[in-house]
Structures are given as C-alpha cells and as structure tokens.
Design a protein around this ligand. Structure first.
Ligand code: SAM
Length: 297
C-alpha cells in the first residue's frame, strides 16, 4: 500500500494506470481543493458528464490540454468499457461529475464497479458532497443515517421505498429535483405522517443557500406557496420506535391464544415473540391471569 507521505511527495494521487475520482465544488468554487486541481493537471484523460459545464471549471483552475471524455446516462455503457480499457493500458484517468463527489447518485457508481471488477486501481480526492453537508447541518441525528438518493419516480418501487422510509429508524437523506419536490414531499407526508420533522437544504454553498426546518405538513405548504427552484436535499428524522404494548394489550393477546386451546406457556411464548416483549414478563402476566381466574371462582 502507498504511504501518505510518499503520495504527497510524488503527486496528488501517486498513481498511474488508475481511475481517480476527483470531488469538485457543489456550488462555491472556493471549495475546490489543491489536491483536486493537482490531480486534474496530472491526469491524462478527464471524464465528465458534460464537457461545456466541466470545461468552465477546468479553465477556471488552469487545467488545459486534456483529452475530455463524456460519461453520462446516454453514453454510460460504451464509455464505461472504453475507460476500463484505458485504465488497463496504464493511463491515469480522472473522473469529475457536474458537482460534488463522483459516485454519489451519478454514473461514477457503475464505472467504479467496472474498474474494480477488472482488478484495476481506484483512488479518490475527497471533497464536497451535498449529502454530507446537508446531513451535518440538519440538526437531526448523524450517528446513524441512510442515503436513499433519488426515489424511484413511480410504480411499486416508489411505493415500497416510501413505506421503508416511514419505518426507518435512522435519519434519511434524499436527493430531489426541484420540479418533483412538491410530489415527493406530498408522498412522504402520506407515508410518514404530517408531523414528521424534515429539513430542506437548498442551494448549498451558493449565494441563495437556505436551510428550512419544520414538519412535513409545513414543508408542503412552503413549497406550494413558492415554486421550488435550485437544488435540494431532503433530510427526514427517524421514525419513532412504536410504543411498547400495555399490560392490558398483552393480557388480551394471551387470553385470545388460550381461547384457541393453546397452553398458557405456549401462549406466553407466542405473545412474547409477536410484541417483542421478554418471555418472562408475558409468562408472569399469564400466571397472574390464572391466579385471578382461580380467586374469582
Ligand atoms: N455527486 C453529487 C454529490 O456528491 O452531492 C450529487 C449528484 S446528483 C446527480 C445531484 C443532486 O445532488 C441534486 O439533484 C441535489 O439533490 C443534490 N445537490 C447537488 N448540489 C447541491 C447543492 N448545492 N445544494 C443542494 N443540493 C445539491
């Protein structure tokens, strides 16, 4: 493995014949790191989603004379094979996307899989990502979170992912396009309930950066009042754990089992498994039930 110090003394990445994922700003050019610029200057080929968009970034940072290759949803399949071939032939290939860290909700994800599966090297120059910035400023728990990317646009896949969101016990981070924000917030409200807390992180690091915190109900009103524009990350608080069953509910469940002819002991075991309550607790309630029945006869 290459040590940190030897990487630093040689180059930004210290490697040829590799795919290097280079994070670029999500809005503010001041967030471009020196290592990112160095890696792009060292690369023989730079892959990007859009040559016009990335061309501006490259010329701003004085990266010139590079062969640019396009990898986006239209070219992805063919470009992927070609890029794997270039890395295999010893070229140093950098990947940048329109914004942020390549590989997060963009074609970088499948390119990395192809390069790794070909037994070739992948490295990265870490940097901005809307996902992490939105999460850390949300004020919601960060110790456990789940990134859902863009929800499927329709169909059973969308319904299923919304249902999973409703019961998710970790903070949930979603990306969404502005023209689909109203529909997605409305669907999230149906799935998670109007009072679930949500944070909308808009235009991060840009001039009109806004962080809005409230309930899903209020978020719906907010987006209905002003047409959503710009880029958004949605962060949703985890689902609250269901309230533990009361003794009365457990007793009713035990009685229902006993009425079916199930023994007291097995009834307690069944109820304990169903409600996730300790067997001993349920069994004691079952015994109490017998004592009550005996003392009333
Ligand atoms: N690879 C990128 C990253 O690391 O964040 C994400 C690419 S994904 C195609 C684009 C989505 O990221 C946008 O639709 C939006 O949800 C989110 N996004 C990107 N830049 C953002 C910003 N400045 N503010 C808020 N969300 C942003």
């Amino acid at each position: 493995m290459t040590s940190e110090s030897s990487k630093d003394s040689r180059s930004a990445t210290g490697m040829t014949g590799a795919l290097v994922l280079v994070a670029t700003p999500i809005g503010n050019l001041g967030d471009m790191s020196q290592r990112a610029v160095d890696a792009l200057k060292e690369a023989e080929i730079i892959c990007c989603e859009d040559t016009r968009h990335s061309g501006k970034l490259l010329s701003h940072f004085g990266v010139a004379g590079k062969k640019l290759m396009v990898i986006n949803e239209h070219t992805e399949y063919d470009a992927r094979e070609e890029i794997v071939g270039l890395v295999a032939s010893g070229k140093s290939v950098a990947l940048i996307t329109d914004a942020g860290t390549p590989g997060i909700s963009d074609p970088g994800e499948r390119l990395v899989v192809a390069v790794v599966n070909a037994g070739l090297q992948v490295s990265a120059i870490p940097g901005p990502s809307a996902l992490i910035m939105a999460l850390v400023i949300s004020g919601l728990p960060t110790s456990r979170f789940v990134f859902e990317g863009f929800l499927p646009r329709s169909g059973a896949d969308r319904t299923e992912r919304l249902a999973m969101t409703a019961t998710e016990s970790r903070t949930i981070v979603l990306y969404e396009a502005p023209h689909r924000l109203i529909k997605t917030l409305s669907d999230l409200t149906t799935a998670c309930g109007a009072m679930r807390r949500v944070v909308l992180a808009r235009e991060l690091t840009k001039l009109h950066e806004q962080i809005w915190r409230g309930t899903l109900q209020d978020a719906n009103m907010l987006v209905a009042a002003t047409e959503p524009r710009g880029e958004y990350v949605i962060i949703i608080e985890p689902a609250k754990p269901p309230a533990p069953p009361t003794d009365a509910e457990l007793v009713a469940a035990i009685k229902a089992e006993i009425a079916k002819g199930v023994s007291r002991k097995d009834s307690a075991a069944r109820v304990s498994a169903r409600f996730g309550v300790a067997k001993r607790t349920v069994y004691e309630l079952a015994l109490q039930l017998r004592d009550d029945t005996e003392s009333s006869t």
